[in-house]
Design a protein around this ligand. Structure first.
Ligand code: ISL
Ligand code: CA
Length: 626
């Protein structure tokens, strides 16, 4: 247990506490302040009450109280000892996220489905995938593409039936592959029978949700207020996401039991675990106080300090793990926006028994930028983030490694929208993911270098977040052109375009017009073509995945960073008593001098054909010590 902070505490006392550490990191990220300030003793010794000096703005006292209360709400420190690594299948596995709606359509209705997934299992096995993560496939009115669930024990009709799912599970087992599903239990659809009963006056079911007579000032992640009024019972219900995604009341033990039953139902069926949607938002400050407006300004959403690491979060999750996951040894990875390194460790430490991994998003935008900004991502920031985390993770912690998912534009497009070095860059990133210490999660299309989509107008856009945001910008006086440009920069639809299997119409995704249009190059950006090309992104990634499996040192070996402060280079070793690998990466599109001596090493993988005297743009090499 550590010491509480107060207004006279110094910055260094604040960042010594886990919430303080993660919040300050987030603050620096959000405002674009240089992280090197945190190495400066003068800055570290500034008292909280003098913060306005470095932030160069007036700070109201209420803000300090908010921060102090928040930071003091978790005094536990992540355990650091020299325990050996506990081996686990999920530390060795390569995961692959499928967005079912866009993966493969088997019946020509333009919508991906479960039979479509089954038809591609051999390809995924060939690539070396060990475990699939399926975005939600449950019955849903699709306000947020399945993240608004109406029935947790039924399958979305467009995707197929429960028989299809059973078949999928057995086909996976045949191939010695695993599967995790998406557990979306921060909220349900407003069409869920529980919510419908609540609206019909069922008092017990009203207590399943968060109803109030008056809204507070919290804002929704999908624009506007976080509250929706229901005239049926003259009350407001909390909805942090879309107007059809109603937040559940986790303080009600009945909800916790319902969730445990859902988890048990699916684990009993034979799945291997869950990715848990916005799981760190489930425990809200029961008083639902207004959010601090300055905090809201800084993080972009008002109210977050009252639920991003709520008072009962770890208690409820530990209980869920014990009651539902442990009997089946189910694996769990929490989607945890806003959770940084230290809180991540408190959620995943193996001795804590809360969850196995988290997805942190702190690396997805460079400092001072948000997803909807149009800018070029600097890979030096990714390196900085990775080194910070890899160094702070002792054997009790394990990191998830990912860059793409269904909520973000394609990472390689953020780095270089011109696609000039598309192949080199895609291989470079895939090499980083496969050679660092942690579990790699690939997102569909990453194995063939899929890039952002060239949507033509708002008519092409499907995502509720983008549509709401567009309307909000128009209402605020932006022109249609300006508003569309913003949507184009950050829309989640970029990575939701149909998976490209071959160069035929619709990329072999469907016989008919898909639910969302894709405008990408079909000739070479498809699985069939790249499977036949020796030096394709697909084959590079595949060979590296298989090589990682054959060389456990790339999984469990130590990591050592070299010349870590040299800009544009990312160089590290993975080693154990018997093996040593050297990874040498150019993070820029410039040619660079070679700054390490690779004599005594053999080159095993490279994303360039011929190694020249200088490193070429985005060159990435894996060497093995002879
Ligand atoms: O959208 C965000 C902020 O603009 C994200 O930080 C958001 O909180 C995060 O991506 C949550 O995502 C998950 O829950 C959502 C769903 O729409 C996403 O697809 C899912 O990944 C609500 O269920
Ligand atoms: Ca279909």
């Amino acid at each position: 247990m550590s010491k509480m902070i107060d207004i006279n505490s110094k910055i260094k006392d604040v960042i010594a506490l886990p919430i303080g550490h993660d919040v300050v990191f987030r603050l620096f990220l959000q405002t674009g302040l240089s992280f090197s300030l945190l190495d400066n003793p003068l800055v570290l010794n500034i008292k909280l009450k003098n913060l306005s000096k470095i932030l160069k703005r007036k700070i109201p006292t209420s803000f300090f109280q908010t921060v102090i209360d928040l930071v003091n709400s978790e005094l536990e420190q992540p355990l650091e000892d020299d325990a050996p690594i506990n081996k686990a299948w999920w530390k060795e596995a390569v995961f692959y996220q499928i967005y079912p709606r866009s993966f493969k359509d088997s019946n020509g209705d333009g919508i991906g489905d479960i039979q479509g997934i089954i038809s591609k299992l051999d390809t995924l096995k060939d690539l070396g995938i060990d475990c699939l993560w399926l975005s939600p496939i449950y019955d849903s009115p699709n306000d947020d593409n399945g993240y608004d669930i109406r029935d947790y024990r039924n399958i979305m009709a467009e995707f197929g039936t429960m028989d299809d799912v059973d078949l999928l599970i057995s086909e996976l087992k045949k191939r010695d592959m695993k599967i995790i599903m998406d557990l979306v239990v921060n909220h349900t659809s407003d069409e869920h029978p529980w919510f419908q009963a609540a609206l019909n006056g069922d008092k017990e079911k009203q207590d399943y949700y968060i109803f109030r007579d008056k809204p507070n000032n919290w804002t929704s992640f999908f624009s506007g207020s976080a509250w929706r009024y229901f005239k049926e019972i003259d009350k407001y219900a909390l909805k942090l996401f879309s107007s059809k995604q109603m937040d559940l009341n986790w303080d009600n033990p009945k909800i916790r039991k319902e969730v445990a039953d859902i988890v048990t139902f699916w684990l009993e069926k034979g799945i291997d675990g869950f990715r848990m949607d916005v799981i760190n938002y489930i425990s809200k400050n029961p008083e639902l106080p207004d959010g601090d407006t300055l905090v809201g300004d800084l993080v972009g959403f008002t109210g977050m300090e009252h639920y991003f690491y709520g008072p009962n979060l770890t208690k409820y999750l530990a209980e869920l793990r014990k009651n539902a996951f442990e009997p089946y040894q189910g694996f769990s990875v929490g989607e945890t926006p806003g959770i940084g390194t230290q809180l991540g460790k408190l959620l995943t430490g193996d001795y804590r028994k809360i969850m196995d991994l988290t997805f942190s998003f702190d690396h997805l935008e460079t400092p001072g930028k948000v997803r909807f900004d149009d800018y070029r991502y600097d890979l030096n920031f990714y390196k900085f983030y990775l080194i910070e985390n890899q160094k702070s993770f002792s054997n009790r912690y394990w990191m998830s490694l990912f860059v793409d998912n269904h909520d973000n534009p394609r990472f390689i497009s953020k780095i270089d929208p011109s696609n000039r070095y598309r192949d080199e860059l895609a291989k470079n990133i895939n090499m980083i993911l496969l050679t660092l210490k942690g579990t790699p999660f690939f997102y569909q299309g990453q194995e063939i270098g899929m890039t952002n989509n060239e949507f033509k107008s708002m008519d092409d856009i499907r995502d509720v977040e983008s549509i709401n945001k567009y309307k909000e910008m128009i209402a605020a006086g932006k022109t249609e052109k300006e508003a569309f440009a913003t949507i184009l920069a950050g829309s989640r639809d970029h990575c939701r375009t149909p998976m490209q299997w071959n160069d035929k119409t619709y990329g072999g995704f469907s016989e008919n017009q898909p639910w969302i249009k894709g405008y990408q190059d079909l000739k070479t950006t498809n699985i069939e073509y790249q499977q036949k090309q020796n030096n394709s992104i697909y084959n590079f990634t595949k060979q590296l995945i298989h090589y990682r499996k054959e060389n456990p040192v790339l999984i469990y070996g130590d990591i050592e960073f070299i010349k870590e402060n040299t800009k544009d280079y990312f160089i590290y070793k993975r080693k154990d008593e018997n093996n040593e690998f050297l990874i040498e990466i150019n993070l820029s599109d410039d040619r660079q001098k070679r700054i390490i001596d690779s004599t005594g090493y053999k080159l095993i993988f490279s994303n360039v054909k011929n190694q020249e005297k200088m490193m070429s743009a985005y060159e990435a090499n894996l060497y093995r010590k002879i």
